[in-house]
Design a protein around this ligand. Structure first.
Ligand code: TMP
Ligand code: MG
Length: 227
């Protein structure tokens, strides 16, 4: 007998340099998909999953898993954590959400994710004494994104948008090493998207691409990252 199964959800990641508009675009994508009656949830890393209808508390909220709290203290400079150890915490924050992510995907819910393991590698590998291969190890085997959209801004444009705050990593020389590391992580799942346009223009561009991924996902198995 034939069993007709509806398609699984797509795992879609937005990456990109700081001030490229990732968070804004992720939220707008989830809203637009939900308005079109397409199931979608917003995730961010570091963090825990947050539904779009919880946007208000998202704005005020902290990163609220136990591991997310430690990372938040680290980024805000309330707490120092050894570089290798914090790398493993960022990765652990993804692994702790993996079961929930897989349940949603299998249930047909699309996930729109603000940063993923690529940020994990690109940021730690920008530190003295770290190489990309070492940095990739703890994230090997996480759910493989079906598409990664890399929001590209040239550094001068990004710098104009920037109000680099006191948060860790927000310095231009560090950011330029991060962006070189992102270049090394590109694979067949990546699309580079020009982010030097208005919020609405970029949204329309991304929405079309995201719908395309969702419409073609069918029930192809969820892959494992970097295997
Ligand atoms: P964001 O809240 O602006 O996305 O900032 C999170 C910061 O954490 C940003 O500087 C990138 C950094 N980061 C890592 O170093 N490792 C990771 O695995 C992730 C997801 C983010
Ligand atoms: Mg930011």
């Amino acid at each position: 007998s034939t069993v007709l199964s509806s398609s699984r959800g797509a795992l879609i990641v937005l990456e990109g340099c700081d001030h490229s508009g990732k968070t804004t675009q992720c939220k707008k994508l989830v809203s637009a998909l939900n308005e079109a009656s397409i199931k979608a949830e917003f995730y961010r890393f570091p963090g825990k999953y947050i539904y779009i209808n919880d946007l208000d508390s998202y704005h005020r909220g902290t990163r609220t898993t136990a591991i997310g709290e430690m990372i938040s203290g680290y980024l805000g400079r309330q707490q120092d954590i050894e570089d290798h150890a914090v790398h493993l915490l960022f990765s652990a924050n993804r692994w702790e959400l993996k079961p929930k992510m897989l349940r949603s995907l299998e249930d047909g819910t699309n996930l729109i994710v603000d940063r993923y393991a690529y940020s994990g590698v690109a940021f730690t590998a920008a530190k003295e004494g770290f190489d990309i291969d070492w940095c990739k190890q703890p994230d090997i085997g996480l759910p493989q994104p079906d598409a990664v959209f890399y929001l590209h801004l040239n550094p001068e444009v990004a710098a104009k948008r920037a109000t680099f705050g006191g948060e860790r990593y927000e310095q231009t020389d560090f950011q330029s090493r991060v962006s070189k590391n992102f270049d090394n992580l590109q694979d067949s799942h990546w699309t580079i998207v020009d982010a030097d346009k208005t919020v609405e223009e970029l949204h329309e561009d991304l929405l079309e691409r995201v719908k395309d991924v969702i419409n073609n996902i069918g029930n192809k198995p969820i892959g494992k990252l970097w295997t």
